[in-house]
Design a binder for this molecule. Structure first.
Ligand SMILES: NC(=O)c1ccc[n+]([C@@H]2O[C@H](COP(=O)([O-])OP(=O)(O)OC[C@H]3O[C@@H](n4cnc5c(N)ncnc54)[C@H](O)[C@@H]3O)[C@@H](O)[C@H]2O)c1
Ligand SMILES: O=P(O)(O)OC[C@@H](O)[C@@H](O)[C@H](O)[C@H](O)CO
Length: 386
């Protein structure tokens, strides 16, 4: 069995590749990092280390890599693949769509066999969005065939994999926890048996629970921690104010999720406690700037901060902790991050209100704007105390 996986980065090697290899797939990674591609092709294996006592390791063998620029080679691999997965980042999905479309076209010209394409990105509706981009590159007749043979099931993936700094360029250190949930109602053909993958008929509660808990909490810690001059997530979790703010935000999203999906508050509370524990793992040493990366994406209307905040308000709740994190995300001034630089330039040129509206989609005069403004004042006191 062959799996073609786009993105041989942290989650690609440290999670998706590892699970697929255990399930018996040969893995062809597709990446645009030429040095990474060469190293994978030379060694055909890599190590995964667990960030826990003794740092146990496993070896992922039977891997190769294709340079993403070589569209013909990528298309050839997709033509014979049994599964396609991605972990490249939501903003990159449009850039891989052309090669996936070329692969689907080639495949359908040779044989009609079902294929599922699973985007493993931190976003709602990732595979559906990828499908839209792929279809832009398909002719009408191939689109009609693809509708029958190619599935784009949405997915939620959870495993904290920090930036890697090892002498061994392929080694990847990961936390022990992992969760991969796939929407089986959007799949074609036989459902693959992959240990560690949970198939569900409706992904919405799972992806929202993950994005609005793990990623919301992470974002709160990262943006507040950055304001306080901290470097890593576990360091920030040693500050009581940050822990309180994170708990507060997760109470807000927890109330929302329970109201929307009927989660048992006690069970959800245990889920939250487990996640708070994961953030404190000192062996992960997860950089704040990684977790805070791409603040425009994270501030967008359906993402982890503004998404739940707007929904909380529709239900009559007051999302002040989410408001504090939104204010801190706008204040995230890290020039090496292109989106942070764009926000800071916009703040200077267009002012705070216009920047808030443009980045978040919060309409002018919406009551959430007032909450964020109030929290921005509070944030200044926080930063002043640092
Ligand atoms: N790291 C985590 O903890 C984690 C956990 C769950 C989900 N995710 C999600 O997984 C995705 C990837 O995150 P990551 O942390 O692994 O990032 P990463 O930067 O480590 O990996 C992304 C990889 O994609 C490659 N890439 C970029 N453009 C490409 C292209 N056009 N074609 C092929 N490859 C390309 C990069 O070279 C890189 O190797 C994101 O959507 C992220 O939200 C990450
Ligand atoms: O990957 P992002 O940029 O959407 O979010 C940063 C982190 O919150 C994220 O990578 C988490 O580590 C991961 O989602 C845990 O499962």
């Amino acid at each position: 069995m062959l799996a073609v996986h786009f993105g041989a980065g942290n989650i690609g090697r440290g999670f998706i590749g590892q699970l697929l290899q255990k399930a018996g797939y040969e893995i062809a990674f597709v990446d645009v990092n030429a040095a990474l591609v060469d190293e994978l092709n030379e060694r055909k294996m890599y190590r995964v280390q667990l960030a826990t006592t003794g740092k146990p390791e496993s070896v992922v063998e039977g891997v190769r890599a294709i340079n993403g620029q070589d569209v013909a080679a990528v298309a050839e691999a997709i033509a014979t693949a049994d599964l396609v997965t991605t972990a490249v980042g939501p903003n990159i999905l449009p850039h891989i769509a052309g090669a996936i479309a070329a692969g689907i076209t080639r495949r359908l010209s040779v044989h009609a066999k079902p294929l599922n394409v699973i985007a493993c990105e931190n976003m709602i509706g990732g595979s559906e969005m990828l499908k839209e981009h792929v279809y832009e590159h398909l002719t009408e007749s191939v689109q009609a065939e693809a509708a029958q043979w190619i599935g784009f099931p949405n997915a939620a993936v959870d495993r904290i994999v920090p930036l890697q700094q090892h002498d061994d360029k392929l080694l990847v250190m990961v936390e022990t926890f992992f969760e991969w949930v796939v929407d089986s109602s959007q799949m074609v053909g036989e459902i693959p048996s992959i240990e560690g993958v949970t198939y569900v008929e409706d992904l919405a509660p799972y992806i929202e629970r993950k994005l609005f808990t793990v990623n919301t909490g992470h974002a709160v810690i990262a943006y507040l921690g950055y304001q306080l001059g901290m470097k890593t997530i576990d360091e920030a979790m040693r500050d009581d104010r940050i822990v309180q703010a994170t708990r507060g935000a997760l109470q807000e999203t927890g109330a929302l999720l329970s109201a929307k999906y009927g989660f048992d508050p006690q069970v959800h509370g245990q889920y939250v406690e487990k996640i708070l524990g994961r953030y404190t793992n000192p062996l992960l040493s997860d950089d704040i700037v990684r977790v805070a990366r791409s603040p425009i994406r994270k501030l967008s209307q359906h993402d982890r901060l503004v998404g739940p905040a707007l929904q909380c308000m529709e239900k009559g709740m007051n999302p002040e902790h989410l408001g504090l994190a939104i204010a801190a995300a706008l204040a995230f001034d890290y020039p090496e991050d292109a989106e942070s630089a764009r926000i800071q330039a916009s703040l200077k040129e267009f002012g705070w209100e216009n920047t808030l509206h443009n980045c978040t989609g919060i309409p002018a005069g919406h009551p959430l704007e007032e909450i964020v403004r109030e929290q921005a004042r509070r944030l200044k006191e926080w930063s002043g105390s640092h």
